[in-house]
Design a binder for this molecule. Structure first.
Ligand code: HEM
Length: 327
């Protein structure tokens, strides 16, 4: 190639990278620095108040962000109400146990007052999830911002959420579709170190694992002593009782999820499934015995990755005024 062709090539390459940058990386930690400089502080202040009154909402806020990102990307679609013509994600079975919608609206209202039409509901969820973990004594991380809110929410699309009965192949596949790998799977599953589950979500492991519906039909991979304990709390027909997913430490973000999984005392079959692959098993067993700082760092990294799934940016979508309805 002639030497005078090089400058042109360089200009073309620079242009290409500029296009890549502007189309794929529009989220940034200082996105609201001019339009709503106190956005993160406003969220944090509200979260401190909300969780001081209702600490058990930390789990639901973390789960809301996960369920948002796995369906149509992190676009706040999980927050939309159904309309007469459309059944929204919220109305689908995996989302009937979601909680905390009222608090999301409360935080959003504070932001609307400070900076109207500026901060998206999708970003509110990402910030609330981060603060929930931090206020539960877990790690914190920089949240990149600038997500826009979607205008669609379709109940049927919640099929993309992994069920608690999933085996590892299914989990790997469902995470891979979202650009998340095996490490993200094991690390993010440890979100189950906080929060509760309904008896309905675990009762098949206790009474009806293979569809035979009798007292012997239990998940063979669940510790028998733990089965007895869970049965004392959950009858086969119970739909309302909550169990602590990480008994004794369900309000604290720590390593005890890994200890429970290692002892085959996790709430879901999907948690147990992490023991069926060498990489995920090694991660569980290592962190059942320590290395909290490493887990915290890994969790922060995977949350940042999850928070980038399928985001709307630029002129896509909108900034909703109220999170439950499109403008
Ligand atoms: C790996 C696949 C996953 C499955 C199969 C799964 C399934 C479930 C189920 C069935 C519940 C119980 C809901 C109820 O009965 O009230 C639950 C709760 C929860 N999940 Fe997951 N989950 C998964 C991954 C995640 C991830 C990636 C996170 C966040 C990083 C997460 C965070 C939570 C939290 C915090 C709760 C407690 C919610 C509360 O306290 O109300 N889960 N999950």
């Amino acid at each position: 190639m002639e030497s005078r062709a090089y400058p042109l090539l360089l200009v073309l390459l620079a242009h290409f990278f500029l296009i890549l940058r502007t189309t794929s990386a529009q989220l940034s930690t200082d996105y609201y620095s001019k339009t709503c400089p106190n956005a993160a502080e406003i969220v944090r202040k509200e979260m401190i108040q909300i969780l001081s009154v209702a600490p058990s909402l930390a789990g639901p806020f973390l789960r809301l962000h996960f369920h948002d990102c796995f369906v149509r990307g992190c676009d706040g679609s999980v927050l939309l109400d159904s309309t007469k013509d459309n059944e929204a994600e919220k109305a689908a079975p995996p989302n009937l146990s979601l909680r905390g919608f009222g608090s999301v609206e409360r935080v959003k209202a504070k932001l609307e007052k400070a900076c109207p039409n500026t901060v998206s509901c999708a970003d509110v969820l990402a910030l609330m999830a981060r603060d929930s973990v931090w206020l539960s004594k877990g790690p914190t991380w920089p949240v990149v911002l600038g997500r826009r809110d979607g205008r669609m929410s379709i109940a049927n699309e919640t099929k993309q959420l992994p069920p608690p009965t999933a085996d590892l192949t299914q989990l790997i596949q469902m995470f891979a579709v979202k650009g998340l790998d095996l490490k993200d799977l094991v690390v993010l599953s440890a979100g189950h170190t906080i929060g509760t589950a309904h008896c309905a979500a675990i009762k098949d492991r206790l009474y009806n694992f293979t569809g035979q519906n009798n007292l012997n039909d239990v998940d063979p991979f669940l510790d028998p002593h733990y089965i007895a304990k869970l049965r004392s709390k959950c009858s086969p027909t119970d739909t309302t009782t909550l169990i602590e997913m990480d008994p004794g430490s369900y309000k604290t973000f720590d390593l005890s999820y890994f200890k429970q999984v290692a002892k085959r005392r996790s709430a879901f079959h999907s948690d147990w499934a992490l023991l069926t692959d060498k990489f995920t098993r090694d991660y569980v067993l290592k962190h059942a015995n320590g290395y909290e700082a490493e887990f915290f760092q890994d969790f922060a990294e995977s949350m940042i990755k999850m928070g980038n799934v399928g985001v709307l940016t630029g002129s896509q979508g909108e900034i909703r005024k109220t999170c439950s309805i499109i403008n």
